[in-house]
Ligand binder design. Structure first.
Ligand code: ARG
Length: 565
């Protein structure tokens, strides 16, 4: 249900009937219950333009408002606000319809577009660390959300699998593999060992350098070793994706190396367009107003991160046909993306009408406000963090006697992983955030457990009431009115979150929804003696729609629910 656009249409009609020309202005949610459900403040904005008193304009609009459908009441407030009350009968019918729809009344886009979401992008020489967590789950949420709304989403995992360090790594892999003692289980360690050998052993260092040249020139033996290394390394990432419940597969991988053959062509195109300039032997693009140029080829002929991204942009716009390309990457890369987007557009790699956006995010900090590290100052491996989350979740539920050990295990995974993901997604993505186990595993506050608890609580109502729910929804009091209105806002929230690429708009909504439901549930009993049948049925339906909305919302965030907690 596009609630806001329905309301805007009604107001538009009133404008037409009142003969007022107006700018396209929009309603907003009322900030206090006494202001109604929605507010319109366009009269103030228009007063200058029309040379009229805003209250007069507001009254004119109200006089022409249709109060027989979505709206029940409209009132002038303050300097010329219009407070709007939704019609309870209309709300009830809409909720009823939403409940019988598996999309909960959320429409699918009339004009879907192709969207590329670039996320996760781990580097193969290293184990995934906590810095990759944010990209992986924010990106996955955005991809899930746009898919749900009806866009054609193409997930792209731009893994770092190319660069001089691979010469060293595969030379080391070859050396160690001979006696079978190589372990890639701990990539961080493997990298350190290879580097140690490189620094201590001149012959090995020569070989490593030789291998760099060999892989780049397509030597079959070296490429086989390199492929082996990438496969194992990617396997580690997939273990993390699996634990996280993230929808990335091998098919989504378009590694840096995928663009190798395109790189000389990118340089050629730029040269043809006359945008290349040599500076200190390197090929650069100077952008107007930018002091630092984009280097696209080094003096020795090597290509850079930016060159690969230009090739990827061209591929995504021209081969994949994307109309929106979203990069979910650390905010510290903002400068890089600003530049490559400009170069890509100016060079015509990407058509003007394609939206390019860098979805930046802040850094994860520890309790003392420093970037998150292990006790001895190392980077925290993502897989260890997730395992710890499950252990901690198990501690919080261990005292449940009515669960089998297997059930506890499943539950611990759902709760632990959900807690880590929710804590991350509920922060304004551009902020740095403080990682705090106690806070994220709490039943109270804006946490996944609170949402999962809300859901499970509703399921327990339905376990007690084991019969068919039928009949109408009746909006009997102010709380019912607010809950029902909140439920109908779901699509507006999802739409806004998709435009801004802000998962925290969904978590904020879920938090408000569950909080409101808990109050509703306390004050509006369902299964108590003395509640008449019609009221009971109506409240049960509102509870059911609430549960389904929580579940759908969490599903988009990639978080599971359980029937019993
Ligand atoms: N591998 C990069 C990193 O770890 C992230 C890749 C982001 N995607 C891109 N197309 N540049 O920083």
């Amino acid at each position: 249900m596009k609630l806001k656009s329905h309301l805007n249409n009604v107001i538009q009609d009133a404008f037409l009937k009142a003969g007022i020309e107006h700018a396209p202005l929009s309603v907003s949610e009322a900030t206090k219950p006494e202001f109604g459900d929605y507010q319109f403040n366009g009269a103030m904005a228009l007063s200058k333009k029309l040379g009229k008193n805003p209250r007069e304009i507001a009254q004119n609009i109200i006089d022409h408002l249709d109060l027989t459908g979505i709206l029940a009441k409209a009132e002038i407030a303050g300097p010329g606000f219009i407070n709007l009350w939704l019609n309870p009968l209309w709300i009830a019918t809409q909720c009823h319809t939403a409940l019988s729809d598996k999309r909960l009344g959320v429409s699918t886009r009339e004009n879907p577009i192709k969207v590329v979401v670039d996320y996760s992008g781990p580097n193969m020489a290293k184990q995934m660390h906590v810095g990759h967590l944010r990209s992986t789950i924010i990106g996955d949420t955005l991809a899930n959300l746009l898919t749900f709304l009806g866009d054609e989403v193409i997930r792209q995992n731009h893994i770092g699998d190319w660069g001089t360090q691979f010469g060293m790594l595969i030379a080391y892999l070859e050396m160690k593999d001979e006696d079978g003692s190589v372990s890639l289980k701990d990539l961080e360690q493997f990298y350190k060992d290879a580097k140690g050998e490189f620094d201590a052993n001149a012959d090995f260092a020569d070989k490593a350098r030789e291998y760099v040249v060999k892989i780049q020139s397509g030597d079959a033996h070296c490429l086989t070793l390199w492929q082996k290394f990438i496969d194992i390394s990617l396997g580690h990432c997939e273990e993390v994706y699996e634990k996280l419940g993230v929808n990335l597969t091998r098919e989504d991988v378009r590694a840096e190396s995928f663009y190798n053959e395109e790189l000389p062509k990118v340089i050629e195109s730029l040269a043809e367009k006359g945008t290349l300039q040599e500076s200190n032997g390197a090929q650069c693009v100077f952008l107007e107003g930018d002091e630092i140029p984009v280097i696209v080829q080094k003096g020795d002929g090597g290509y850079l991160y930016a060159t690969t991204d230009l090739a990827a942009l061209r591929y995504r716009a021209q081969v994949l046909g994307a109309k929106r390309i979203s990069y979910v990457v650390d905010a510290r890369q903002a400068g890089h993306f600003k530049q490559v987007f400009r170069v890509a557009k100016e060079a015509g790699f990407v058509p003007e009408d394609v939206k390019l956006e860098h979805i930046g995010f802040g850094t994860m900090m520890d309790k003392s406000g420093k970037p998150f590290k292990t006790r001895d100052g190392g980077t925290v491996k993502l897989i260890d963090l997730l395992d710890e989350a499950v252990i901690k979740a198990r501690e919080t539920i261990n005292n449940k006697e009515d669960y089998s050990p297997e059930q506890i295990e499943t539950l611990a995974k759902i709760i632990g992983i959900g807690a880590v993901k929710y804590a991350d997604l509920s922060i304004n993505r551009e902020s740095n955030y403080i990682f705090n186990w106690d806070k994220m595993l709490s039943f109270e506050g804006n946490t996944s457990l609170y949402m999962q608890y809300g859901y499970a609580r509703i399921q327990s109502i339905f376990r007690k009431f084991d019969a068919n729910v039928s009949g109408e929804i009746i909006i009997g009091d102010a709380l019912e009115h607010r809950l029902a209105t909140m439920l109908l806002r779901f699509e507006d929230i999802l739409e806004r979150a998709a435009i801004d690429a802000s998962p925290n708009q969904i978590t904020n909504y879920l938090y408000d929804l569950v909080t409101l439901f808990m109050r509703f549930y306390e004050q509006n009993p369902m299964l108590k003696e003395g509640v008449d049948e019609q009221t009971k049925m109506s409240r049960l339906q509102l509870a059911d729609l609430t549960a389904k909305t929580i579940k759908q919302g969490l599903d988009i965030l990639g978080i599971q629910v359980v029937d019993k907690l």
